[in-house]
Structures are given as C-alpha cells and as structure tokens.
Design a protein around this ligand. Structure first.
Ligand code: 4AD
Ligand code: MG
Length: 450
C-alpha cells in the first residue's frame, strides 16, 4: 500500500491508506484513543478502537509518547467537524521509534519563548512555528515568482565584502586570510553593478548586522530581497515596492488560509493592502507626528499615552523611531511610504533631492500593526562628483569602494531600488510579536544556538 500524505487524505475517503509520520498528541483512554498524527503536511485525527485492532496494537497506541515515529494503516472516513474534513480509523500501527521524554509540551501559545527557542530544532514541529514557517516559505516563493515573471535577472551578491554598505556601526568583521572581510549588510552595491549590466536585477540572500539592541524587530542574520533597476527614479521605486508588497501579501492570503487560521490572525488590515499606499514626505510626517503625540497624550487609553511619550523621541528632524512608526501605522491602518528623509540619517549612496539639498530621494515602507519599516529604498546618487564627496564625508576607504565608483565612471544612469526584509514582512503577515519566530533558526545578540 502506498503511503498518503495527510493533506491528500480527502481524495481517499472510503479507502485503506498508510500514514507515515509522528504522534503529535493523544487523547482518550479506556476503549477509544484519539491520536493526533502529523506528517509535516498536516494533522489528522486517528481513532484507535480497542475492538478494531489487535490487543498489542492498542496497548502500543496507548503507551507511546509524543513524537514517537509511527506507521499507521487505516480507513479514511469523512469528518465534517474537522478542518481537514477527514479522520482515519486505524487497523494497524507500527512503531519505528518509541519516545517517552519529548521535551516540549503541546501548547498553542508561546508561554516561554526563550525556552522554546533553546529547543528550536524540535519546536519547529509544533503547530504555531509550523504555520509561521509555511507562510515564510510562501512569501519567499511569491517574491521569486514576482521578479521572475517581470523579467528580472537573479543576481547573487557575495557575503564576504570589503566595505560597509549601511554604515560601520553594525558591521561583522571576519578574519579573511591576511586581511579583514565584512559580512554583507546588503547586496545593493553589487545589485547596482547588475542593473548596469542587465537593466533589472534582483539580489536575494542573507544579510548580517551586528545589532546590539534587543528589540522585537532586529535579527543579526536576516534575508533581504533587493531589486535594482536602471532608469528607475524615486516614484518608480515606490510603484515597484507597492506592487511587490501587494503581490506577496495577496499570495499569502490566498495560499496560506489554514496557516493564518492556526495563528488566529485577523486578516482585516492585510486585506486592505489592495488600497493605494499613502505617500507622505518626511516633513509632512513630522507635522502629523506632532499632532498624534498631542492627541495620544490626551487620550484616556494608557497604551496610547505611553506611546505618546515615545513619539518624536529623537527630536524633530531626526530619524524615525519605533514609536513613530507604530503611530504612523495606527493612524493610516495601511502600508505608508515615507519619502525624502534628511540626508544625514541615511546611507551615503542615496541621491540628493534636487529640490532640497538636505533631503535624500529615498523611501521607507512602514507596515501597520506595530511592525514598522519593512522596506528601505532610494534613487541612487548617479553623479560621480556627488558620490565621491559622499564617500569622503562618510570616511569610506577608497580602496574598498573604488570598484563601485567605476559604475559612475562608465555609463552612469539614474537608477534605484529597495530592500525588503523577509522576516519583517512575515512578521507582519503572521502577526508575530517578535521577528525571531519568522526564521527557522533566529540569530540575535543573545542567540547563536541551536
Ligand atoms: O533599510 P535598510 O537598511 O536598507 C538597505 O539595506 C538598502 N541597502 C536596501 C536597498 O536599497 N537595496 O534595510 C532594508 C530592510 C529593512 O527595511 C528591514 O525590513 C530589513 O531590511 N532589516 C532588518 N530585518 C531584520 N533585522 C534587522 N536587523 C534588519 N535590518 C534591516
Ligand atoms: Mg532602513
């Protein structure tokens, strides 16, 4: 008998099948046992009746602990009460490995996430992480499909790099034979070389930042998707970011319904992603934040009062902080594109706004529901002279960046792109409190294990 995956059982109603996998949980005793069986594709209830199987099989089913590996033979029956629509009436059960001391309790919530993360190699079998990581898988596939279908060339950037892309404060240094390499903070600079060669490229890979702060949205290793396009100016960068976010969220809503249900995700705001994203300048956002700060401070909601204290904490004219982004999300209840930040808070490669030398032609996409920035992008400085002066201002060693300057010496054109952190996007879609749940093995300042 061929074995059938749980998610295909519905096509086998009325038939005998073999299931291969693990015992997830068990209820019942006496004459009837209800095994929750999992095989990675889903969970199904297997009913073991004392009268329906040989005595030793019933004893085994009663005795084995969670995560014992098993092969079950049984009849598939329709069961309209379960979300799967079927259950299995067991006629035989064979144990591959009997387990009695599985270290994780079956719980639906995350009571002690640090302890569970210590067991991450096992915890990924549980329903919640399983659902989150399936959404991640769909998000990544959607990203790949989006760019592939639009004719972008996948252009891989190196992980060992000679220079910093996003400032030196979060650089990981690695001994590299007789010199020092840095783990890539972003593949963008290489993406720009790709855009000049292929027109439209997308860099997609892991990136690294030595983030010393402990927040719920920072990892030290995360995945970034970075399109980079020749002749694309800031408005085009915003159009592309909007289209990509809408596509990715749409795919997750369409194909991860069951997973989002497991996560009890209220998808009301996610469905709003189809509406246009407001585009607001940094200067207008400052005015809005001052207004929201006053409004929340006067509110009777203690949460809002607390938030009000942290709004514009950096002061007017500074980079936006987490509270600012939360307030913006609360206000718009939709992804918002904030453009033209002050140049001094942004990276060296961003193009100066020709209308205002203090501003950069850049955009951040802020997701609602407390997630904050999911995308950072810009039009790039395409003038050789301006770029050289920025490199000098940011004290970037010329020998490590000269190759990049070549891109402005040989056929420079206006161009731009952005980077989206996959984990931040998955955090938003799944409604996870902390970004560390959105990657199989999170790396943070406090975690290198397992
Ligand atoms: O805004 P960032 O720093 O932009 C860049 O790196 C550009 N070079 C991208 C480009 O234009 N090609 O980072 C981009 C995104 C952020 O918006 C966020 O989603 C994610 O990367 N990100 C992080 N995600 C998790 N943990 C961290 N420590 C992150 N830092 C950035
Ligand atoms: Mg950013």
């Amino acid at each position: 008998m061929a074995s059938v995956p749980v998610n295909e059982l519905k096509q086998h109603i009325g038939k005998q099948v073999e299931l291969r996998g693990w015992l997830y949980n068990r209820r019942g005793s006496g004459k009837l046992l209800f095994l929750q069986f999992r095989d990675g594709t889903g969970l199904v209830q297997v009913v073991v009746g004392k009268a329906d199987v040989p005595e030793p099989v019933f004893e085994t089913a009663r005795r084995i602990g969670n995560e014992s590996s098993i092969i079950i033979t049984g009849l598939v029956k329709e069961d309209t009460r379960s979300s799967l629509g079927v259950e299995v009436q067991a006629s035989d059960l064979h144990v591959i490995q009997e387990v009695h001391d599985y270290p994780i309790q079956i719980t639906e919530d995350v009571p002690n996430i640090d302890k569970l993360l210590d067991q991450r190699h096992l915890w990924v079998r549980s329903r919640r992480p399983h659902a989150i990581l399936r959404v991640r898988s769909e998000v990544i596939q959607a990203i790949r499909d989006f760019y592939y279908n639009k004719g972008y060339v996948l252009f891989d950037a190196p992980m060992f790099t000679p220079a910093s892309c996003e400032g030196t404060s979060t650089l990981f240094e690695v001994p590299y034979f007789d010199s020092t390499a840095y783990l890539s903070q972003s593949g963008q600079l290489y993406g720009e070389a790709g855009a000049m060669a292929f027109g439209k490229v997308v860099v997609f890979g892991p990136t690294f930042r030595a983030e010393k702060s402990k927040t719920r949205r920072h990892l030290t290793e995360f995945w970034m998707v970075e399109p980079e396009v020749a002749f694309l100016e800031l408005d085009g960068v915003m159009d592309l970011a909007e289209e990509q976010v809408r596509y990715v969220v749409g795919r997750a809503l369409e194909r991860c319904k069951e997973d989002l249900k497991v996560l009890q995700r209220d998808t009301t705001l996610l469905e709003q992603v189809a509406r246009p994203f407001p585009r607001v300048s940094y200067d207008d956002v400052q005015v809005l934040l001052q207004k929201l700060k006053a409004e929340y401070a006067a509110s009777s909601d203690p949460e809002l009062q607390k938030l009000a204290k942290d709004i514009l904490k950096g002061g007017l004219g500074d980079d936006l902080g987490a509270a600012d982004e939360t307030a913006i999300g609360l206000h718009f209840k939709q992804c918002v594109m904030i453009h033209r930040y002050p140049r001094h808070v942004k990276a060296f490669y961003m193009k100066k706004d020709p209308q205002n030398a203090e501003r950069a032609l850049c955009v951040d996409v802020i997701a609602p529901e407390g997630v904050g920035e999911i995308i950072g992008g810009s039009q790039r400085e395409d003038s050789l002279e301006e770029l050289l002066s920025q490199i000098e201002k940011h004290k970037i060693p010329m020998e490590s960046i000269n190759w990049f300057v070549d891109l402005r010496r040989y056929g420079s054109v206006p161009h731009g792109g952005f980077g989206m952190g996959v984990e931040r996007c998955v955090q938003w879609i799944t409604g996870c409190q902390h970004v560390r749940e959105t990657i199989p093995f999170p790396r943070t300042i406090y975690r290198l294990n397992p």
